[in-house]
Design a protein around this ligand. Sequence first.
Ligand SMILES: O=P(O)(O)OC[C@H]1O[C@H](O[C@H]2O[C@H](CO)[C@@H](O)[C@H](O)[C@H]2O)[C@H](O)[C@@H](O)[C@@H]1O
Length: 301
Amino acid sequence: MAGESTGGDAGTGSDGETGSDGRRAGADGPDRPPALFDETGEPLAAVADRLATADGLFFCTDFDGTLSAIDEDPDAPEIAPDNREALRELRDHDRVRVAVISGRELADLRPRVGIEGIAYAGNHGLEVFRDGATTVHPVAKKRQRDLERIVADLEDRLADTDCFVEDKSVSATIHYRAAPERAEAVHTAVEETVERIAPSGFERSVGKEIVELTPAVAWDKGAALSLLTAEQDDWLPVYVGDDTTDEAAFRELGERGVGIHVGAGEETAADYRIDNPPAVERLLDWFHTEGLAALDRSSSA
Ligand SMILES: O=P(O)(O)OC[C@H]1O[C@H](O[C@H]2O[C@H](CO)[C@@H](O)[C@H](O)[C@H]2O)[C@H](O)[C@@H](O)[C@@H]1O
């Protein structure tokens, strides 16, 4: 897989240390990075220092559980209006690029975010939209027929339950948030169906009350982040995300960038943590005001 970097101290000035597994042992204990918004203001000052010495900022963010709150209905989440406005203001700075990297398919993600002039990666990076053009991972395209059969089979198996399949064209998400007691049965159904139809063709991962089913290719959100930020290698990449598939992006950043995990207690390879989607609003407010002011100091230095 791409993005197997070791993480490491991102020069944050915190007292966290990085273990042999690349995860950070922060002030709050093993595997929990320090809070970005703490009473000292030091973590934010450290990020501002990094912006003040960077040539530019590449601001990348996940969607569900980050730009929007989690909802039982996957069709319901909307981007918080303040988040949309802050991302637009970041986009309009001449030394900032913005990307949204999500497990949702592009056709769903782009209108849901609703911002022109930024990059999007859908289906965990298997689809990339930038500069007006979309590319889809070729192996993912080849697996579409198998995926259709898997989706049809799972829809039959889950027909009389509150669980359902979100068909995303090159990947699928099987949801059990409305029936958490069926989690194990859903995992078993997915495993049996994949084993029968395309045994080595797909990978399964666990998300927030979901199973993510993706083609078995060496590509993930970390690879998408690397691709999108490659041309701006002197810029500071920042990634914000809340779920398991975001960990590949945090690992990909390593010492080069700043990873911010959204959530209370999960293990993460990110450099900092913030609590929840409302804290993301506060984060974006900081980035488009004080963050940009710090970046502007770098151009006048
Ligand atoms: O990478 P992301 O942007 O975080 O997308 C990951 C998955 O998010 C969605 O599922 C999650 O959010 C739903 C709506 O809040 C919620 O009902 C579900 O339980 C969550 O797991 C989305 O539906 C998936 O397609 C994405 O892969």
